[in-house]
Write a protein that binds this ligand. Structure first.
Ligand code: NAP
Ligand code: GDD
Length: 381
């Protein structure tokens, strides 16, 4: 049904918009065109892997980015082409989930076939410090986007497929293994906000017949993982310790268990969810869990280090209410979507440690040559 063309000639005659002062051609030929996706949170870990996947599949990808005082597009830099380049298929729009008017405007301008709603304040510990902001972006931000979509599809009559980025955190205190039928028991402002967003999404599906699929994804990591999530914090620190760039790693609860997979595998599940005839909810997980301590041990031993000589407990990293054990049951995703994870726990640890060792080598080389090497996110959580 969909024709994937390099670029329909009609695109070149489209309307234009300003981006960083430049005129950006806006495609509008709906008869001969590639599928068009809009991604919120495109600058995040998942947004970058998903954009790669969609571009590989021939999509035109539009992403919403926030204005920041520093560049925040490192994760998608390798995908970006100047919008004047006729080969460009990735377009960026300034916007924020706090601003419903701009979301409407972007929807009208882009007119996507699929929306992947990944944007969020995604850090659980930070949500205890910024609960109102987290609720505003993660819960009400989702509602703003759904409302904008309801209005725009009401006018155009077009079916737009919507992916909601739900989280295993929503299960919180519920005993493992958790599946689509497990009752939610959220344990943080982040998790409560994600539960609200999930139910907004389900309600819009039921009330208005909108095509909305809800992923309930368990933790997924990668070399592009934010530096303050525990896996990346561990692999970065272990690599820097290996090269003598730091001595200690301060962590919180080592007993928490998580079902950790590879982000590159998980974005495929998001895409598959939107290719089904009917929208549904899906748990995406490996079905295996490990403690934070096991992740530490695996990383340090891979790098030939004794973790006990370097890791110290810092109570600051404990959470007021913790999620002790997440382990998903991905049977439904396997059976209905034909999805299963490819990267194992051990491969994930190695992939992240290898990447961070290379980063640490670069840092050391600069330092040894007398330069001051500023490492992104260094020393903070
Ligand atoms: P991430 O790396 O933290 O990325 C979050 C993205 O949201 C970034 O692009 C960020 O922009 C954007 N964002 C934050 N606040 C925003 C706002 N006010 N308006 C617009 N955009 C905003 O998260 P991720 O790991 O890729 O996760 C993607 C989604 O899946 C999130 O909704 C997360 O809660 C959910 N999720 C993640 C996991 C996981 O293990 N990774 C598991 C389950 C669910 P900046 O780059 O400007 O900060
Ligand atoms: N961040 C962090 N830093 N976590 C630590 C530390 C530390 O120093 N020490 C121990 N932990 C423990 C946390 O208490 C938690 O039990 C576990 O490590 C994992 O923490 P994070 O990596 O921060 O991830 P998360 O599980 O809280 O949340 C992530 O996964 C969710 C899906 O279950 C995020 O990506 C969420 O956005 C996502 O929804």
């Amino acid at each position: 049904m969909w024709q994937t063309l390099a670029r329909c000639s009609a695109f070149k005659n489209g309307t234009s918009e300003k981006h960083d002062g430049a005129e950006v051609p806006q495609p509008f030929c709906y008869q001969h065109r590639m599928k068009r996706a809009l991604v919120t949170g495109i600058t995040g870990q998942d947004g970058s892997y998903l954009s790669e996947l969609l571009l590989q599949k021939g999509y035109e990808v539009h992403g919403i980015i926030r204005r920041a005082s520093t560049f925040n597009t490192d994760r998608i830099e390798h995908l970006y082409k100047d919008p004047h380049d006729p080969e460009a298929r990735l377009f960026l729009h300034y916007g924020d989930l706090a601003d419903g008017t701009c979301l409407r405007r972007i929807l009208e301008r882009v007119r996507p076939d699929e929306i992947y709603h990944l944007g969020a304040q995604s850090h659980v510990r930070v949500s205890f410090d910024e609960p109102e902001y987290t609720a505003d972006i993660d819960a009400t931000g989702t509602l703003r986007l759904l409302e904008a979509l309801r209005d725009s599809t009401g006018v155009s009559g077009k079916t737009v497929r919507f992916y909601q980025a739900g989280s295993s955190e929503m299960f919180g205190a519920a005993a493992p293994p958790q599946s689509e039928t497990t009752a939610f028991h959220p344990r943080s402002p982040y998790a409560v906000s994600k539960v609200a967003a999930h139910w907004y999404a389900v309600n819009y599906r039921e009330a208005y017949g909108m095509y909305i699929a809800c992923g309930i994804l368990f933790n997924h990591e990668s070399p592009r993982r934010g530096e303050t999530f525990v896996t990346r914090k561990i692999t970065r620190a272990a690599a820097r310790i290996k090269l003598g760039l730091q001595q200690k790693l301060f962590l919180g609860n080592l007993d928490a268990r998580r079902d950790w997979g590879f982000a590159g595998d998980y974005v495929e599940a998001m895409w598959l969810m939107l290719q089904q005839e009917r929208p549904d909810d899906f748990v995406v997980a490996t079905g295996e869990s490990h403690s934070v301590r096991e992740f530490v041990e695996a990383t340090f031993s891979y790098l030939g280090l004794d973790w006990k000589s370097h890791v110290e407990i810092e109570p600051r990293y404990f959470r007021p209410s913790e999620v002790d054990h997440l382990r998903g049951n991905p049977s439904k995703a396997r059976e209905r979507l034909g999805w299963s994870p490819r990267v194992t726990f051990e491969q994930l640890v190695r992939m992240m440690a290898d990447h961070d060792l290379e980063m640490a080598r670069q840092e050391k080389t600069l330092r040894d040559a007398g330069h001051v090497a500023g490492i992104r996110g260094g020393g903070r959580e």
